[in-house]
Design a protein. Structure first.
Length: 178
């Protein structure tokens, strides 16, 4: 909603089409992607938590168990402050600020970013007490030229999960507690 206390035309359009957009996002995250996420990450949140993530963090994602030092999120990231930006689609591997293995985790994340030829981006990898992460994302508009958006996004999600699987194997010494 606009900051003026009034609905804008964009707000009304978004509300009118939200159920359809959410159904499409659910279709890309459920089924074989959901199961592949469970196999790769050991656990997966219920799809209902995606609505909470949207409300609290402007992202519509499924995630692994967050009780460990590292967790994974897969789905959609929105930037509501810039209405002309497309949402991003992708995956996040994040570590908590107070991890006892933080130095090892950040070193591994930095190696992943440096060896990925721009595929993975790092966030807060040199800051001592912040949430730190690596992400692999694409703007949603990159899928719009495809004939079947759902199938294309699902394929991309599966590719990102394969990358996470490879990262987990290469860095098996990290505290992957999921």
């Amino acid at each position: 909603m606009s900051q003026s206390g009034q609905f804008s035309a964009i707000d009304i359009l978004a509300l009118t089409n939200f159920s359809n957009a959410r159904s499409i996002m659910d279709e890309t995250l459920l089924g074989e992607v959901f199961e592949e996420f469970r196999v790769t990450c050991g656990s997966v949140s219920e799809i209902g938590t995606a609505s909470t993530q949207l409300r609290q963090h402007n992202r519509y994602i499924i995630s692994s168990d967050r009780r460990g030092d590292i967790w994974v999120g897969l789905g959609y990231w929105m930037n509501p402050s810039i209405t002309t930006n497309y949402p991003e689609v992708g995956i996040l591997i994040e570590t908590v600020p107070n991890s006892t293995d933080r130095e090892q985790i950040l070193k591994a994340m930095l190696e992943v970013v440096q060896s990925s030829s721009g595929k993975w981006r790092g966030h807060n990898l040199t800051q001592a007490k912040n949430w730190s992460s690596i992400t692999q994302v694409k703007p949603l508009h990159t899928f719009l030229s495809e004939e079947n958006h759902v199938a294309s996004v699902k394929t991309y999600f599966k590719e990102t999960l394969a990358d996470v699987h490879s990262i987990r194997q290469k860095y098996s010494h990290l505290p992957w507690k999921f």
